[in-house]
Design a protein around this ligand. Structure first.
Ligand SMILES: CC(C)(COP(=O)(O)OP(=O)(O)OC[C@H]1O[C@@H](n2cnc3c(N)ncnc32)[C@H](O)[C@@H]1OP(=O)(O)O)[C@@H](O)C(=O)NCCC(=O)NCCS
Length: 151
């Protein structure tokens, strides 16, 4: 995929919601989301990153961030369309997130991922060195607490 054909935009609006729902439909933790909930989620998210392939006008990558702007930011729902993987689109997405000026003063950027993605995120300085911290979760979503898959 030609990365010069991709724009990074800061919103998912109008018809693009259907494209985001399509992207979400293919991932285990987002597949059951509804358009209404995703619309509310987009409104409440502090930063949205939508990678649009200009020639097709298609959403090929997405990520969002929740942040207090000072101490903490959490990166969520990092997804590249399956046909666009392996050609640097994920790199574009993470570059956009970690270099975003709105996160420049934030002391800690965090994310949760499956073990196989640790090498991917290490490229941007994310580390498993979290002191004695442990992830704890209070969730009604069994997908997020089952031993087979955790995010
Ligand atoms: C993870 C994901 C976003 C990567 O996107 P991508 O477009 O395939 O990644 P890129 O092609 O930009 O890869 C960037 C670099 O990371 C490397 N990389 C990609 N996936 C990797 C992985 N799983 N493990 C280690 N390295 C990886 C690439 O080899 C590439 O290396 P290079 O810079 O030396 O060429 C994509 O595979 C995806 O959407 N997966 C499904 C959803 C998901 O699990 N998201 C993560 C939620 S925490």
């Amino acid at each position: 995929m030609d990365r010069s054909d991709i724009d990074v935009r800061d919103a998912v609006e109008g018809d693009r919601l259907a494209q985001l729902m399509e992207l979400f439909s293919s991932e285990w933790w987002t597949a059951e989301r509804s358009p209404d909930d995703v619309t509310a989620m987009l409104t409440a998210s502090d930063l949205v990153f939508a990678l649009i392939q200009r020639s097709t006008d298609r959403l090929v990558g997405f990520a969002r961030v929740l942040t207090d702007g000072v101490y903490l930011a959490v990166v969520l729902d990092v997804i590249v369309a399956s046909h666009a993987r392996g050609s640097g689109v994920g790199r574009m997405l993470l570059d956009a997130v970690v270099n975003d000026p709105r996160l420049a003063q934030v002391r800690s950027i965090e994310l949760v991922c499956q073990p196989e993605l640790l090498p991917f995120y290490r490229r941007w300085g994310f580390t498993e060195e979290v002191g004695r911290s442990q992830l704890m979760r209070r969730s009604g979503d069994p997908l997020l607490t089952s031993p087979r898959r955790q995010q």
